[in-house]
Design a protein around this ligand. Structure first.
Ligand code: GLA
Length: 741
């Protein structure tokens, strides 16, 4: 009996093993489908027969999640390459011969990498936010990659990054380590990217992508966006318009060297790779260590660039920039009115003007420091952050107090990452400076960059900020500048540590973020402007530590109309510092109106203003106070594009659609083209509400041509439109649109 039971048991066991093998084989081969969804969109990943992870859908989400799994079967690309191209994180050296997302040299010198799906999980962070992590592993070498996708439902934004882990026994080398590897299927692709130079930021170029790779990149190290920012759009099928067309707005959130690659493959699909530039940046990853890439942030809309940009604005104000849903300080800056030529009496004399103007804060710019090498020009003193005793004998504390006595707050400019060779810092700590010891130094604006890969230097830079705030707890604002690029990249610190020089570019930015992070941890609420000789460093990597950015040193309002327009696709108006200056001689009203489309500031000597301009400006600050909430927290609608017309027009509408402010500018003086013959169609209002339209921010002694007593339905204003009656005498018009009940 015992024996019989035994043989029955053995048979049962054999059947069980057989069934288990069948089930596990089926399970192993059943593709795993992972959908990263927002309210409107989905990015869908799926394993293939070899257990590699591919992208099978990007675009509009399906009502029924279960159906995603069938998407891949609908494409009949004729050979294996199709699957290869769509890989969600393409490794180099094995099955794929496409441009890789990741390339690794293992501890034993082998250069092959294969990544197979291991597991995934999606964590609900809150009602609006989820985080999906997908882990991939090389079956032969102990290297693991986790792909992270953070999705914000309402804003339709995805933030994506990768973590690469070295589980080998010795260091491995990362040759390339992208943040994102995406895949799109459309008839055609149109890339909009930007180029610029000092005072000439954000010039767009749109081109149809052809087969092969188009890349945009930076190798400048710091001030990385001087030529090209890591910011772009891709339109699918046809160039997207403001309110129509499929478009992705994307950015690598990284303040250093980046590379965005767009490859149209042989099946006319688009592969997108975004990450740190691998140029001179091989990274050594020690055993047991992991490397986290920066984030690639993107949104997708099927209704044009306008909606896509509002997605980003909502996301940035709610989740990214400091105090995005809060308020900002209007200010008077002294840079263009004094440059380096001031002393404390001069500054104190300016405080009253700031107060009378009605702004919240006085911002002291460059030139307040350095004693052995006074900072009286941009040739000396950078690095020596002690008040210049000649200019400021009573120190910053005195200025803070005097400003407070005048009824305003006080803020200050720093450029803490940099050094002039003519400085005590350079004399004492040449080993802290990025420079090739055996080559002649190369300067950018007469200065060099400090080596932020060195923790001692990080402490020094943090100490500059910390000591300013510790000594002056009432200091209310900081402008953080960065004027030089990295020439002659070489770190004495990395050399000493036995670390490869190729880590400098990455270690620099990590060191920089470390300092910014420490600053924010201790001073979470201090408003701070991100500046880099203008807009040389505007990205969401740095902006998570700042309340605002400086778009450009060029404050000519005509130029600013174009620049601010382009920046506005990616950043909310509350973050755009716009100053009224004497850069251009167009009317004070025109200059002010343009500056009001963001965070208003002034950089003029108010005592020298013509009396009418002065009177106007005081009213303008008060008017701004009454509409700033709309500009900072409303929805932006672009109405007339200055690149396509002689007019620029846009409006901000509040959530309730009960109030809006509309800015319109005439940007030509050519004969016959200086009036608005046809009305401009408004957007974003409620068709069923009635509105009054009133001109605001008028120059003294001018009468508006607009009869504010009429009311119009939202339907009328959005279908027929409204004519702001532009002419050469009315080249800048601000309208307030208000619900009438
Ligand atoms: C840079 C900034 C300017 C100003 C100067 C000071 O150029 O962009 O706004 O602060 O530095 O040197």
């Amino acid at each position: 009996m015992h024996q019989r039971m035994n043989s029955t048991g053995t048979k049962l066991l054999a059947v069980c093993i057989f069934l288990f093998t069948i089930i596990s084989t089926v399970l192993a081969q059943a593709p795993k489908t992972i959908a990263v969804e927002t309210n409107n969109n989905a990015l869908v990943l799926q394993t293939d027969k070899d257990n590699r992870l591919n992208i099978i859908h990007f675009g509009q989400r399906l009502t029924n999640q279960q159906e995603y799994g069938m998407a891949a079967g609908q494409y009949h690309f004729s050979d294996n390459n199709a699957g290869i191209y769509s890989n969600a994180y393409t490794p180099a050296g094995t099955f794929s011969l496409s441009e890789p997302a990741i390339a690794v040299t293992h501890a034993d010198g082998n250069t092959s990498l294969e990544l197979k799906y291991v597991s995934d999980n999606t964590q609900r962070i809150d009602d609006n936010t989820s985080l999906t992590a997908v882990t991939l592993k090389d079956p032969v070498y102990a290297v693991e990659v986790t792909l992270f996708y953070k999705a914000w439902k309402k804003e339709n934004v995805i933030e994506q990054w990768s973590v690469i882990k070295n589980n080998e026994k010795k260091p491995i080398k990362l040759e390339k380590y992208a943040s994102a590897n995406l895949y799109f299927n459309a008839d055609n692709y149109y890339l909009t990217h930007y180029h610029g130079s000092w005072a000439h930021e954000m010039n767009p170029e749109e081109e149809q992508l052809t087969h092969g790779i188009k890349s945009i990149d930076s190798k400048l190290g710091t001030r990385a966006d001087l030529f090209e920012p890591p910011t772009f759009m891709i339109s699918f099928d046809k160039p997207a318009g403001e309110d129509d067309g499929k478009v992705l707005l994307g950015q690598l959130a990284w303040s250093g060297n980046f590379k965005i690659e767009c490859e149209v493959d042989s099946y006319n699909n688009l592969r997108l790779l975004a990450g740190i530039n691998s140029y001179a940046s091989e990274y050594q990853l020690a055993a047991g260590q992991e490397f986290q890439t920066p984030s690639f942030i993107y949104t997708y809309s099927q209704h044009g660039k306008g909606e896509a940009s509002r997605n980003l604005h909502h996301w940035a104000t709610r989740y990214r920039i400091v105090n995005g849903e809060g308020s900002r300080l209007t200010l008077l800056n002294n840079w263009e009115s004094t440059y380096f030529g001031f002393d404390e009496n001069k500054l104190v004399s300016l405080f009253k003007g700031a107060k009378d103007l009605g702004v919240d804060l006085f911002l002291l710019d460059d030139g307040w420091f350095g004693n052995k090498h006074p900072r009286n020009a941009d040739t000396a003193g950078l690095g020596d952050w002690q008040e210049n005793v000649q200019k400021l004998p009573h120190g910053i504390g005195y200025l803070v107090k005097e400003a407070q006595a005048a009824g305003i707050k006080f803020g200050i400019w720093v450029e803490p990452e940099m050094v002039n060779p003519k400085s005590e810092l350079y004399e004492k700590h040449i080993d802290w400076v990025i420079r090739q010891p055996q080559r002649p130094e190369m300067y950018f604006r007469n200065q060099l960059v400090l080596d932020l890969s060195n923790p001692e230097v990080q402490n020094f830079v943090y100490g500059i900020l910390d000591s300013l705030f510790t000594k002056n707890p009432d200091l209310a604002y900081i402008k953080w500048d960065c004027n030089a690029v990295i020439y002659n990249a070489y770190s004495a610190y990395l050399q000493k540590q036995g670390l490869p020089q190729s880590q400098l570019y990455v270690a620099y930015v990590k060191g920089l973020y470390n300092v910014m992070h420490r600053f924010r941890a201790k001073y979470p609420n201090v408003p701070a402007m991100l500046c880099s000789g203008g807009g040389g460093r505007v990205d969401y990597g740095a902006l998570q530590y700042f309340t605002e950015y400086w778009p450009s040193d060029n404050t000519d309002p005509l130029e600013r109309i174009f620049m601010q327009w382009e920046y506005s696709y990616f950043y909310p108006a509350i973050a755009s510092s716009n100053h009224v200056t004497d850069w251009s001689k167009v009317s004070m009203k025109f200059r002010t109106d343009v500056a009001m489309m963001g965070k208003l500031g002034y950089d003029v000597d108010v005592s020298k203003l013509d009396p009418k301009d002065w009177e106007f400006s005081k009213h303008a600050v008060a008017t701004y106070d009454s509409v700033k909430d709309l500009v900072w927290h409303g929805d932006l609608y672009r109405l007339v594009n200055p690149r396509e017309n002689n007019i620029a027009s846009l409006m901000f509408v509040d959530d309730a659609k009960s109030r809006a402010v509309m800015f319109t500018y005439l940007i030509t003086s050519r004969f016959g083209q200086t009036s608005t013959l046809a009305p401009i169609k408004l957007k974003g209002l409620d068709a069923n509400k009635r509105y009054s339209v009133r001109e605001i921010n008028l120059y003294p002694d001018t009468k508006s041509w607009i009869d504010g007593s009429h009311t119009y339905s939202g339907d009328f204003l959005m279908t027929i439109g409204f004519n702001p009656d532009m002419s050469q005498r009315r080249s800048s018009v601000v309208l307030e649109i208000k619900e009438v009940k």
